[in-house]
Design a protein. Structure first.
Length: 236
């Protein structure tokens, strides 16, 4: 461990100011990348768990509005957000006036408005889950190039110093080249974990989006069975 620390100190001491600046930028990239991976991982894990609980509760209800009428709020549950948006739109279509309350059935055109309301909710929830992933994409694509820039710059500076000195040997070249290569290593250390985290998060996001779409379709089917006019239900 002591030898490794001495090696890193030696390389850092021989690095150019440009290489040190790039390493500092990469460290900042790394902090942001790990923060995003942790936050989005917890968010998606919570969303998946809440969706499972809500789906179980929803399927145990006899009527579509059973949960909605209880006026509860479920934070961090995408399926609930879609359910609430659909019920709000359907309730608005069912009510002709405040006094009359909910009608017994709605037209097919009204049901199309309900579907579009749920589609908007699905899109909004997907955007919430996707927010922040651009930082990981930047880290994955940008970190290696920043590291390569530092390496090329450091090698260029090393050869410039050798040219000024008028002679080249291993003792003169090695410190500068090793210091230049450290930026590439730093870039890869940022990009590789970010790549794995980004791919896992994108996969999880796709699964959650598909589950949202499936839930919206199931909800629409139940709403049509309970509230779509019988003559239009036969032609739907």
């Amino acid at each position: 461990m002591a030898a490794d620390q001495m090696e890193l100190q030696f390389i850092w001491g021989n690095a150019t100011i440009e290489a040190k600046m790039i390493i500092v930028v990469l460290i900042i990239f790394s902090i942001f990348a790990w923060s995003v991976m942790a936050a989005k991982g917890l968010q998606m894990r919570r969303a998946k768990r809440m969706n499972t609980f809500f789906d179980t509760e929803f399927r145990n209800q006899k009527h579509v509005f059973a949960i909605y009428d209880r006026r509860i709020q479920v934070d961090g549950c995408p399926n609930f957000a879609v359910y609430q948006a659909g019920c709000q739109e359907l309730e608005g279509r069912l009510k002709s006036t405040v006094r009359e309350g909910r009608k017994g059935a709605v037209s097919l055109k009204s049901m199309e408005h309900v579907k579009r309301a749920m589609e908007r909710a699905v899109a909004q929830e997907s955007l919430k889950l996707e927010s922040g992933l651009i930082l990981l994409a930047i880290a994955v694509s940008g970190a290696p190039f920043l590291g390569l820039l530092g390496t090329v710059w450091g090698v260029m500076s090393t050869f410039t110093d050798i040219a000024k000195a008028g002679h080249a040997d291993l003792t003169t070249m090695a410190p500068g080249v090793s210091a230049a290569l450290i930026t590439t290593v730093a870039g890869l250390l940022v990009a590789i974990p970010s790549m794995f985290g980004y791919n896992w998060l994108v996969h999880t996001l796709r699964v959650l989006t598909v589950e949202l779409d499936n839930f919206a379709q199931e909800l629409v089917s139940r709403m049509e069975i309970e509230y779509l006019r019988e003559d239009e239900l036969e032609h739907a």
